[in-house]
Write a protein that binds this ligand. Structure first.
Ligand SMILES: NC(=O)c1ccc[n+]([C@@H]2O[C@H](COP(=O)([O-])OP(=O)(O)OC[C@H]3O[C@@H](n4cnc5c(N)ncnc54)[C@H](O)[C@@H]3O)[C@@H](O)[C@H]2O)c1
Length: 314
């Protein structure tokens, strides 16, 4: 049986990844400090399937606290991800993406484990080209309100790449683009839970700015399949992949889709655009298609219907 260590595994994406790993015969150790996640996302597992460790990865877990002597793969996902949370946890976000990333890399070095870094499309900042290929260096405000997240992730990429260059860590960097689905928190301020909750409560959908900014939404099972392919494939060390859905939509167009699938008539309320909000987001996934054999399979209609079903029952 293979062993995986997942930091941030009690969160939204991490818990879906843990499900996928267990389904594929992995024993999984999860390190999570529950800053934005919950063990409820991993209910029902026995300790021989998933071992849950409440721990802040900015503290290096020494041998006496880590119940693990070896690992085949480490997936580092620990970090607040929504602007509401990373603004509230700004310094913690910088620390987990820098010190936390180095601690996870140190473990990978010790165990000779493959290392998957959960990065983000936010490393492209407010991009000046669209779609964004992995070779684009980005357009980021280094000290603005989003910098704790954007620059934190950029630092994490630089640190991971140095561990790859200097110590031969078998590294894959994955840049996720807006992922959505069940287990997102309804109050985390991201557009999908906001709109779905507002539609269910028959309230106007809140649009920031004029709503012409674009996003690309990837359903969580697709995103997790992309991570899984990066985990199991060989000969990818040092490679960077965009993992997201290239179907780009304006926020106004997305609000129309949510209202339609939610069966409500569209009402909107406009608010000022937050500082440094990106004007567009669209992944170029040519490399993931060619090298990982991966592309999204779930339509927006299907993914939103599942998300509505989840929010209705919670
Ligand atoms: N969801 C998206 O659309 C998206 C897009 C791009 C990148 N990402 C990245 O993917 C990862 C997962 O995102 P998510 O949406 O599941 O977020 P999430 O907030 O649901 O999950 C993050 C998890 O990390 C844990 N965590 C935070 N700080 C920690 C620390 N110091 N030590 C241990 N655990 C800690 C949290 O408690 C939480 O369980 C993040 O790294 C995020 O930056 C997500």
């Amino acid at each position: 049986m293979k062993t995986a260590l997942v930091t941030g595994g009690a969160g939204f994406m991490g818990s879906h990844l843990v499900d996928k790993l267990v389904d594929n015969g992995f024993f999984v150790v999860v390190i999570d400090n529950l800053a934005t996640g919950t063990w409820d996302n991993l209910k029902g597992y026995e300790p021989h399937q998933v071992l849950k460790m409440t721990w802040d990865i900015t503290e290096y877990p020494s041998e006496d606290v880590l119940p693990l002597r070896d690992a085949d793969v480490i997936v580092h996902l620990a970090s607040a991800a929504s602007p509401v949370h990373y603004r509230r946890l700004a310094i913690e976000t910088l620390r987990v993406n820098s010190i936390g990333t180095e601690n996870a890399l140190k473990l990978a070095r010790k165990f000779h484990a493959r290392f998957i870094l959960g990065s983000t499309s936010e490393v492209y900042g407010d991009p000046q080209i669209s779609p964004q290929p992995e070779t684009y260096w980005g357009h980021v405000n280094p000290n603005g309100e989003r910098a704790c997240y954007d620059e934190g992730k950029r630092f994490g990429e630089a640190m991971a790449m140095e561990y790859h260059r200097q110590f031969g860590i078998d590294l894959r960097i994955l840049r996720f683009f807006n992922c959505y689905g069940p287990r997102m928190q309804s109050e985390d301020g991201r557009v999908v839970p906001n709109f779905v909750r507002q539609a269910l409560e028959n309230k106007p959908l809140t649009i920031y700015g004029d709503g012409q900014q674009t996003r690309s939404f990837c359903y969580v099972s697709d995103e997790v399949e992309g991570i899984y392919q990066a985990i199991v494939r060989d000969n990818l060390s040092g490679e960077v992949f965009n993992i997201g859905n290239p179907e780009e939509r304006s926020i106004v167009n997305f609000a129309e889709a949510v209202a339609k699938i939610g069966g409500v008539s569209l009402r909107t309320e406009f608010r000022p655009l937050p500082a440094d909000d990106p004007t567009n987001r669209c992944p170029d996934i040519t490399k993931a298609r060619q090298v990982l054999g991966w592309s999204p399979q779930v339509s927006l209609e299907e993914g939103l219907a599942k998300t509505f079903a989840y929010f209705k029952q919670t």
